[in-house]
Design a protein around this ligand. Structure first.
Ligand code: RIB
Ligand code: CA
Length: 311
């Protein structure tokens, strides 16, 4: 029986690869894709999600537009990383598949109320505005969530948008705080693990060599996306952040982590959006996440390449 998931996303090249990986994997049933403002504004993330579904040959997937700004703050975007469209690096046609009429938050609430309790996994890979809004509007859905598997935060790796904070959390710290305090089981994939899933030339060339349109598109996105991290970190490649969530669902054995407490800084002048991880358990704060810190990156890229080849 395939695992039912909802991907909440702000595509972004790495989000796009995560969506492709999910759609290529029969172990997962994507009930819907909910879009949020983040890397680029909502209009673009809702467009980009449909571009990716059509690239995957899956125009029947339900795509919803959600919140166009954080709960309480102005939107911060990341065109400097993802380009003006959010999917720079590959020329793909405008989508012809429709956007669903329902708001993403209504879809999240209705789906979690309709599906059997504990049968739907949420996979947020952008700011947590949609998830937090759904929780606030319908607290009854929280115990019905099987697990939240999110890309976000950082601890040892520190921040990528400020010295202290990772982008997804920084954009909407209040939303992240609501989610991390919700009591729902959380698997967190922070920069600590995604920065160990770096692209290399051979890995990108393996994408480019895949038959069909998917491989070359992924290679083009990666070529574009990695320039930011390579300049900044002087690294040989870029971290494919968001696909790590889907890979964890498919092959948790490729990852290692531990149960710890993580809380969100929502007031710090210098540390706003920091995920304060009690990794060494120096407080009595209750563990609320499985904090993933390491990955078998060779295994990750082998899985990713094998699955993308199926599309
Ligand atoms: O910090 C990395 C995260 O921010 C990824 O989800 C990327 O897509 C951006 O949204
Ligand atoms: Ca993202």
């Amino acid at each position: 029986m395939a695992r039912k998931i909802i991907i909440d996303t702000d595509p972004g090249q790495d989000d796009a690869v995560a969506i492709l990986l999910a759609l290529a994997s029969p172990e997962l049933q994507v009930l819907g894709i909910t879009c949020v403002a983040g890397n680029v504004p909502l209009k673009l993330t809702a467009r980009n999600a449909r571009v990716v579904c059509e690239l995957a040959g899956r125009p029947e997937v339900k795509v919803f537009a959600g919140c166009d700004r954080p709960l309480e703050r102005r939107l911060v975007t990341a065109e400097h990383v993802h380009g003006k469209t959010g999917l720079d690096g590959a020329e793909l046609p405008e989508p012809s598949m429709p956007l669903q009429d329902a708001h993403a938050v209504d879809f999240l609430i209705e789906t979690l109320r309709r599906e059997p309790a504990g049968s739907v996994t949420l996979v947020p890979i952008g700011p947590l505005t949609n998830i937090a809004t759904a929780m606030r509007r319908a607290p009854d859905i929280v115990p019905r969530i099987e697990r939240i598997v999110l890309m976000g935060g950082a601890y040892f790796e520190v921040g990528n948008i400020t010295p202290a904070a990772e982008f997804n959390i920084y954009v909407d710290p209040e939303a992240a705080d609501r989610v991390f305090r919700s009591g729902a089981p959380i698997t967190m994939l922070p920069l600590d693990v995604t920065h160990r899933a770096l692209t290399t030339r051979p890995r990108v060339e393996a994408f480019r060599a895949l038959p069909g349109r998917v491989g070359p598109a992924v290679a083009g996105w990666t070529d574009f996306f990695e320039r930011f991290d390579k300049e900044k970190y002087g690294a040989q490649g870029a971290p494919l952040h968001d696909p790590c969530t889907i890979a964890w669902l498919l092959r948790p054995d490729l990852f290692t982590g531990r149960e710890i407490n993580v809380e969100i800084e929502t007031e710090g002048r210098l540390t706003l959006g920091m995920t304060v991880a009690d990794y060494w358990r120096v407080t009595d704060r209750k563990p609320n996440v499985t904090f993933i810190r390491d990955i078998d990156d060779a295994g990750f890229y082998a899985l990713l390449t094998e699955r993308l080849a199926r599309l």
